[in-house]
Design a binder for this molecule. Structure first.
Ligand code: FE2
Length: 445
């Protein structure tokens, strides 16, 4: 009897060992990246049945609208999106439900993209939605809409491009920060989500899949997107291969974004303005400078909405002040002049019109500097902060190419930021992938 008992115990121990080993292997970021790439490869070969290939990803689309995009592995005629404001789906008949026929775009034979716009959302505190394709609804997703006095938490990341394994590690740290039962109210992505915008496998392995595996923030935390140099298709015309972030290209228009998105077929219009709680945010496109963008920036900076906002923020991929880059490329290949208009033209406007915080990516590490807006000013509160958050996963920039003598904090590692605003305070918390705080500051008004 004792012999059988010992064998039984050994068998249980062996099974536990196998399960634990499998769990550890499958939780490893590198293994998850490889598995995800392999599954995507199988999907391309039509191994799986017709299904929803990418669950909805929601983008902020001006102050009152949201743009939702999802994808199926075969054509799904009649795809739609249902949305409603406040309330819950089953607790009463007074809720006005909206059904939107999805717009369709065939990307290739195993990728069929659907998109729809939600809004206007008015003063609703919550937006609920579910998309429907192939006769099935996705789970119900909810977007929280905070007012100016409520705490609004914004996840800030940039430059995960070409670094899915590190991005997954950063996302694990982000999950610990927000907790398993909570999501940020929005995601500010300051550019370079993928290495090559026309490589569909990059969109899967470098952006959609890591986010999905980390709990799917993209379903309920609207992405506020400042495009980077890797996010543009070089053919700057409508209908190019920028297939997941072409909402500002004139294909779709909303009440909030009536203006032509492409002027003369020469560039995309990504620049726009929105609000995050008590903060007003101007999004710029550093890759496509134009007279129209300059005029837009001047008007927005002077607008009552921007000047009366509790906190005034600009999000632009290329920072005004870069210090870390490959020195050869910086000096000999002339890359120091790349996006120079942000420093030479826009920064003077930021300072003149009381911008509090300029958030950028592009440089793959973390820097933050708070300086006087006007060097001649004696007012210690008359400051502007420049933050570079380009460390969500891509290879790090470790070599110094310039020294502007203005950054208070430099961290040469992968990281993310949680930007938290309420009626009185803007709080900035930068953490590395191990979850340790690498920088924090606050502005109190
Ligand atoms: Fe970049």
């Amino acid at each position: 009897m004792r012999y059988y008992f010992r064998r039984w115990l050994l068998l249980i121990a062996a099974q536990l060992f196998v399960v634990c080993t499998l769990y550890l292997v499958l939780e490893d970021s590198q293994i998850r990246t490889l598995l995800s790439t392999f599954v995507d490869w199988l999907e391309d070969r039509g191994v799986y049945m017709c299904h929803i290939r990418k669950l909805p990803m929601v983008f902020e689309h001006g102050p009152e609208h949201y743009y939702v995009v999802w994808e199926t592995s075969c054509p799904a005629n009649g795809s739609s999106l249902e949305w409603w404001l406040d309330g819950t789906p089953d607790n009463g008949s007074s809720i006005l439900r909206h059904f939107v026929q999805a717009q369709y775009k065939m990307i290739d034979k195993s990728r069929h993209r659907y998109s729809a716009i939600i809004g206007p959302a008015g003063h609703a505190t919550k937006v609920h939605y579910a998309s429907n394709s192939l006769g099935k609804s996705t789970p119900l997703y909810s977007i929280a809409r905070r007012n100016e006095t409520e705490l609004t938490r914004v996840l800030v990341v940039a430059d995960n491009q070409n670094g899915p394994t590190e991005f997954r590690r950063v996302l694990a740290s982000i999950q610990s920060h927000y907790g398993s039962n909570s999501i940020p109210d929005a995601i500010l992505h300051v550019g370079d989500v993928v290495r090559k915008v026309d490589k569909l496998s990059h969109w899967h392995s470098q952006f959609f899949s890591p986010l999905e595996d980390a709990g799917g923030y993209q379903h309920g935390s609207p992405i506020l997107f400042a495009p980077g140099n890797h996010d543009h298709d070089s053919e700057r015309v409508p209908g190019n291969s920028n297939v997941y972030t072409d909402m500002y290209h004139g294909i779709l228009t909303t009440d909030g974004l009536r203006d032509p998105a492409v002027t003369n077929g020469t560039y995309h219009r990504f620049y726009h303005t929105t609000s995050l709680g008590s903060a007003r945010v101007i999004v710029l496109d550093s890759e496509c400078p134009s007279t129209e963008q300059s005029e837009f920036l001047e008007l927005e900076l002077q607008s009552a909405a921007f000047q009366s906002a509790r906190f005034r923020i600009v999000a632009v991929h290329i920072p005004p002040y870069i210090e870390f880059w490959n020195p050869d490329a910086w000096n000999k290949k002339g890359e120091k002049h790349w996006g120079e208009q942000v420093r030479l033209e826009y920064d003077a406007l930021f300072r003149r019109h009381n911008v509090d915080l300029v958030i950028s990516g592009h440089q793959h590490n973390y820097q933050r500097g708070t300086v006087q807006r006007n060097p001649q000013s004696a007012d210690p509160t008359d400051t502007i902060t420049y933050a570079i958050v380009g460390g969500a996963g891509g290879d790090l920039d470790l070599e110094r190419a310039e020294n502007w003598n203005m950054y208070n904090v430099t961290y040469l590692g992968h990281h993310f930021v949680s930007l938290e605003v309420d009626g009185q305070q803007l709080r900035w918390i930068a953490k590395n992938k191990a979850g340790s705080i690498i920088d924090q500051f606050s502005i109190v008004r």
